[in-house]
Write a protein that binds this ligand. Structure first.
Ligand SMILES: [Zn+2]
Length: 457
């Protein structure tokens, strides 16, 4: 993790939030490469869960971060969206009680708050309920802390509400807007949404794994209740495809597992849930959850009948966080070459697919040719996304240093321009994963895939 964090800062993927003023715990800012990587993740998610699923009935929504307080009363978040925490009597640090119980003895049930209190009391009786931060100081009994982020509206700040802790509620309250004009809604239908969500985490931890502000990518999939198990399995498979397929996030499948929640561990709205977990350097952590929310939310907001009439409806919700996925990808892709790190990100995820550079910096005709090759390639590329994945690198330093830098930021291919290019128009392409160099011609290239195909010959 230290290596990943150092690389992220050094190369401009992720910076600590408000660092100039000493930092703000649990917040992070994304630099140039982080923006590109996060965008690649979110656009890939959008293509798989929205665009390619439109023919199945998925539509798009972008609802507000701010919603009426009543939404959070009705959704159950005001009453139920809380974590059990224990305070150290000595250092006053706060610990997530259920997580500590799982670490101390994973055979003890702590799914409900009552179970967590009992488990903590049992461990206390054995003298094992101790602060993990300081030396054997006793911890207090678990208490519930709500995770909603309060804020105030208006010039007099008279009206209190909360930043959304999930994008899903924006979908439920818009169901009449989205579907009532369509007559009797035929199931299944889905609503996809991506955007910021906020949780007042007591212990933000593990870099961008648990932060107070994050990007969610969620689909609410409404199906007939009798088909809920079939669709739940379908969306678990789609999530697995998204995180493991080389076309998408490209995570090592042996480091990904599916964990089905026991009934006692379910969130207040869910009747079933399967998590996809990744084996991070700090242990297994949730990447993505596929919950069966039944008709809880539709009933809570009293929109079930208005939209679906007398049909029996279940809502299956695949939900993931972009920054958490990004952390998994960075951990998974990082490798060591002889004298430098290499990020073996999937082809569609790397911030730069092709970097163009001169083989030496001291020959004006080579420098001019490099700029010319870049310009003509940029002109020829048909897809605007390809242009974003193309970079002109005129930085100083030897070609070996530049290759090492591009390995570290995951650049798929480096194209070098030399004096032969000035004569016959051919360039050298070096591939990140094999280090192999091949000579190709760039006339006729219309996409970065064309370059890759030419370099594969
Ligand atoms: Zn302590």
């Amino acid at each position: 993790m230290d290596k990943v964090m150092a690389l992220c800062k050094r190369r401009g993927f992720i910076f600590p939030g408000s660092e100039l003023y000493g930092g703000l715990n649990g917040t992070f800012d994304y630099g140039p490469l982080g923006v590109a990587l996060k965008r690649n993740i979110m656009e890939a998610w959008w293509s798989l869960f929205h665009t390619k699923k439109r023919q199945l009935g998925v539509v798009a929504l972008d609802s507000g971060v701010l919603m009426a307080r009543r939404v959070w009363e009705k959704s159950g978040h005001l009453a139920n969206f809380a974590d059990p925490m224990s305070d150290c009597v000595k250092c006053k640090k706060r610990t997530r009680a259920d997580h500590l119980i799982e670490r101390l003895d994973n055979t003890i049930a702590c799914g409900t708050f009552e179970q967590t209190v009992q488990a903590a009391a049992a461990l206390q009786a054995q003298g094992r309920w101790q602060c993990p931060y300081c030396d054997h100081s006793p911890l207090g009994a678990p208490r519930l802390f709500n995770l909603l982020f309060p804020t105030k509206l208006g010039p007099l700040s008279s009206e209190e509400t909360f930043f959304r802790p999930e994008t899903a509620q924006g979908v439920y309250v818009n169901m009449p807007n989205l579907f009532s004009a369509r007559g009797a809604v035929k199931l299944p239908v889905g609503v996809a949404q991506m955007g910021k969500a906020f949780r007042n985490e007591i212990n933000p931890s593990h870099f961008v794994f648990r932060t107070r502000e994050f990007e969610q990518m969620e689909l609410q999939w409404f199906c007939e209740k009798q088909d809920e198990d079939k669709w739940h399995a379908f969306w678990v498979e789609e999530c697995l495809k998204f995180v493991c397929s080389p076309e998408f996030c490209n995570l090592d499948p042996t480091k990904v597992r599916v964990r089905h929640h026991a009934k006692a561990d379910l969130a207040h709205y869910a009747s079933a849930c399967a998590d996809l977990e990744y084996c991070f350097p700090f242990g297994w952590g949730e990447l993505c959850g596929v919950a069966n929310r039944g008709d809880w939310d539709l009933k809570a907001h009293n929109v079930l009948h208005a939209v679906f009439k007398d049909q029996q409806v279940s809502c299956i919700e695949p939900s993931m966080g972009a920054s958490r996925l990004m952390l998994a990808m960075l951990c998974d892709a990082m490798g060591q070459e002889e004298d430098h790190l290499v990020l073996r990100l999937g082809k569609n995820m790397c911030p730069t697919q092709l970097a163009i550079m001169p083989v030496v910096n001291n020959k004006p005709e080579v420098l001019a040719k490099t700029a010319q090759v870049y310009d003509s390639l940029a002109q020829a590329l048909i897809s605007p996304r390809d242009l974003e994945h193309l970079e002109l690198d005129l930085s100083s330093g030897s070609i070996g240093k530049k290759y090492a830098k591009h390995d570290e930021i995951g650049t798929l291919m480096c194209m070098t321009v030399d004096s032969d290019t000035c004569i016959d128009g051919s360039v050298s392409v070096r591939k990140r994963d094999s280090g192999e160099r091949v000579r190709i011609r760039v006339d006729g290239v219309r996409s970065l895939d064309d370059v890759m195909i030419a370099a594969a010959r």
